[in-house]
Write a protein that binds this ligand. Structure first.
Ligand code: NOJ
Length: 567
C-alpha cells in the first residue's frame, strides 16, 4: 500500500489548501489509455499528470475507478475497496497517488453512497436471501401495489427515465433513482453507514486527500416514501419543475421532493467528518448536491459537515450579466453564513461542455445532451464565450472545478450516432434524452490521426471528431492565443495574486452599461463584457490576461480580462 502523505502545505500559507483550490476533474475512461484497449486507465493518467502540474491546478478529482459493470460509466460500483481491471489495479492507484503528491497535486476520489451496482455482493445476497431478510434491508425493497402487487410501490421516476422501481423474480420491487442496475441503499440501516465509514477509512489510509460525494442530497428518503409523480432530472435535483422547492402542496406551502435534500442526510455527513478528523492532514468532503437555493446548499457546509459543494446554480446560469451577478451575490452571501468557501464550475461529465453550451442564444443553453438532429451550437461563439466565462470564473474568490479537456476549448461532440451512445439515459428514454456521451469523448494529446495520443493506437471508446487534431495538447502548447495557454496564464496569475483567497467588490466602470460585469478582487480588476458594444479598459490599468484581443485597449463583446490597477 502507498505510504505517500498528502502534498505539503507551502511555507507561509495558513489557509487550508481547499479554500481556494482549483480542482481538475479526471474522467478515467477518457483521459489517457496506456494499454491501447480504447478505454482510459490509471497508468495512462499517471503518465499524463505532468500536464496538470504544468496547467497549474492544485488537485485532481478522479471519477470512479471501482470494479463495476460500467452500466453507468462506473457510477455503478460492485466493490468499493478495489479497482476495476479495465482501469488497472490498487497498485496502479497507489502509483498514481504517489506521483500526484510528488508533483504537489492532491487527490480526491469519488464515493457513490446512494446506490451500488446490482453486481455488488450485498445486492446479490439480497436477491438470494428473499423478502424480509436482513440482506434485503440494506436496500429499499417494497411490495407492489395492485391486487397481485404488479404495480410499482409508488410513482417515483428514475432520473434516467422510466419508473424508479424494478420487480425481482419473487415479486418484490427495489428502488433505483437512477438505472435499474443501480439499486438505492437504505440509509436508515446502520449497517450501511458503518460500511461507508469503513470505506472512507480504507481510502484515507491509502493517502487520498478527499472525497467527492455522488448524489450527496439523495441518500435519505422521506419516511413512508410519499407519492411524487413529477419527472425527475439529474439537473433538477432538489428543485423539481415547479421551482426551487418543488410544486406547492395543497396548503400552498412548497413541498420538498421526498427523495432529495432530506434532513437525515446531514447526520450522515457529520459522522463522515468525524472519520476524516481521525486522520492527519487536511482531507475534504465535497458535495455533489443539486440543491437550490444556496441557503439550502450551504447547510451541507456547516462546520461539522462537508468542506465544499459544487455550485450548480453558477453552471446553469445563462450567459447574461444580470443572471451571473445574481448567482455570484447569492453564492457569496450564502457561503458567508456558514464560513465555507464558495466554489465555481462550468463543465463536468454530466453536462454539455460550456464551449458548446454557450454557443446557443443566452437563456436557451441546453442542459444535457445534444444529438445530430438537434439545433447545433455556434462553435465560434461558444468558444469565445467559454473563454470569457472561464476568465470570469477564475477571477472569483473561492475554489473552482475544471473538467478535463475544457483547457483545450473542447466542444461537446453533438454528432455521435445513436449506436455508439452508452449513457443509460439515452436508452431509458428511447433516445429522447440524448445523454451525456458528447462531453465524455476521449481527449486529444498529440498527433495527426485518431486517437490523437489518447492511446498508443487508434482505439477510443467513443469516436473523436477530426477537428480535434488542431485542439490537442501538443498543438496548443506554446501557441500564442490558444485556449490551453489562456488557462495556464489564468491559473498562474490567480495563484500569484491570491485571487482564490480574496474578496469581491463590484465596481461601476465609467461608460459601462448593465451588460458589463466588473469587480475588484485584491489588486486585480476583473471585467467581462457580455454586451454588444466594446467597453474601454479603465485608464492606467494594465491587462494581465484576456480571453481575446483587446483592440485599442477596449474589451469587445463576449470578452473578459484581468487588469492590474495602478498603485
Ligand atoms: C451523478 C454523477 O455525476 C453521474 O454521472 C451519475 O450518473 C449519477 N450521479 C448517478 O450516480
Amino acid at each position: 500500500m502507498s505510504q505517500t502523505s498528502s502534498a505539503a502545505t507551502p511555507p507561509g500559507r495558513s489557509a487550508p489548501w481547499w479554500r481556494d483550490a482549483v480542482i481538475y476533474q479526471v474522467y478515467p475512461r477518457s483521459f489517457a489509455d496506456a494499454d491501447g484497449d480504447g478505454m482510459g486507465d490509471l497508468p495512462g493518467i499517471t503518465s499524463r499528470l505532468q500536464h496538470l502540474a504544468d496547467l497549474g491546478v492544485d488537485a485532481l478529482w478522479l471519477s470512479p475507478v471501482y470494479p463495476s459493470p460500467q452500466k453507468d460509466a462506473g457510477y455503478d460500483v460492485a466493490d468499493y475497496r478495489d479497482v476495476e481491471p479495465v482501469f488497472g489495479t490498487l497498485a496502479d492507484f497507489d502509483a498514481l497517488a504517489e506521483r500526484a503528491h510528488a508533483l504537489g497535486l492532491r487527490v480526491v476520489v469519488d464515493i457513490v453512497p446512494n446506490h451500488t451496482s446490482t453486481e455488488h455482493a450485498w445486492f446479490r445476497a439480497a436477491l438470494a436471501a428473499g423478502p424480509g431478510s436482513p440482506e434485503r434491508s440494506r436496500y429499499v425493497f417494497r411490495e407492489g401495489r395492485g391486487e397481485h402487487g404488479e404495480q410499482p410501490p409508488n410513482s417515483w421516476r428514475s432520473v434516467f427515465g422510466g419508473p424508479a422501481w424494478t420487480r425481482v423474480a419473487d415479486g418484490s420491487w427495489y428502488l433505483h433513482l437512477f438505472d435499474s442496475s443501480q439499486p438505492d441503499l437504505d440509509w436508515t440501516n446502520p449497517e450501511v453507514d458503518a460500511e461507508f465509514r469503513d470505506v472512507l477509512r480504507f481510502w484515507l489510509r491509502r493517502g487520498v486527500d478527499g472525497f467527492r460525494i455522488d448524489v450527496a442530497h439523495g441518500l435519505v428518503k422521506a419516511e413512508g416514501l410519499p407519492e411524487w409523480d413529477h419527472e425527475q432530472a439529474l439537473l433538477d435535483g432538489a428543485d423539481g419543475a415547479d421551482g426551487p422547492d418543488g410544486p406547492d402542496g395543497a396548503d400552498g406551502s412548497a413541498r420538498r421532493p421526498p427523495m432529495w435534500d432530506q434532513e437525515g442526510v446531514h447526520e450522515v455527513y457529520r459522522g463522515w467528518r468525524r472519520v476524516l478528523e481521525e486522520h492527519p492532514g487536511e482531507r475534504i468532503l465535497v458535495a455533489e448536491a443539486w440543491v437550490s437555493p444556496p441557503e439550502r446548499l450551504v447547510r451541507y457546509l456547516r462546520s461539522d459537515e462537508m468542506h465544499q459543494a459544487f455550485n450548480f446554480d453558477y453552471l446553469r446560469a445563462p450567459w447574461r450579466a444580470g443572471d451571473l451577478r445574481r448567482v455570484v451575490d447569492a453564492t457569496l452571501a450564502a457561503h458567508d453564513l456558514v464560513g465555507a468557501p464558495s466554489t465555481w464550475v462550468l463543465s463536468n461529465h454530466d453536462v454539455v461542455r460550456h464551449a458548446s453550451r454557450l454557443g446557443y442564444p443566452a437563456g436557451s443553453e441546453p442542459a444535457s445532451g445534444v444529438g445530430p438532429d438537434d439545433p447545433q451550437p455556434d462553435a465560434a461563439l461558444g468558444l469565445r464565450r467559454a473563454r470569457a466565462a472561464t476568465t470570469l470564473m477564475l477571477g472569483l474568490p473561492g475554489g473552482a472545478y475544471l473538467y478535463q479537456g475544457e483547457e483545450l476549448g473542447l466542444p461537446e461532440v453533438t454528432t455521435l450516432p445513436a449506436q455508439v451512445r452508452q449513457d443509460p439515459s439515452f436508452a431509458r428514454t428511447g433516445g429522447a434524452d440524448r445523454g451525456r456521451d458528447g462531453c465524455r469523448v476521449p481527449i486529444p494529446w498529440s498527433g495527426e490521426e485518431p486517437s490523437y495520443g489518447f492511446g498508443p493506437g487508434s482505439a477510443s471508446w467513443l469516436p473523436q471528431p477530426p477537428s480535434w487534431r488542431e485542439l490537442s495538447v501538443a498543438a496548443q502548447s506554446g501557441a500564442e492565443g490558444s485556449t490551453l495557454e489562456l488557462y495556464r496564464r489564468l491559473l498562474a496569475v490567480r495563484r500569484e495574486h491570491g485571487l482564490g483567497l480574496g474578496a469581491l467588490r463590484w465596481v461601476d466602470l465609467p461608460g459601462a452599461g448593465p451588460d458589463v460585469l466588473a469587480f475588484r478582487n485584491g489588486d486585480v480588476l476583473v471585467v467581462a463584457n457580455l454586451g454588444a458594444q466594446p467597453v474601454a479598459a479603465p485608464a492606467g490599468a494594465r491587462a494581465l490576461v484576456a480571453s481575446g484581443e483587446l483592440p485599442g485597449g477596449a474589451l469587445p463583446t463576449d470578452t473578459a480580462a484581468w487588469f492590474a490597477l495602478p498603485a
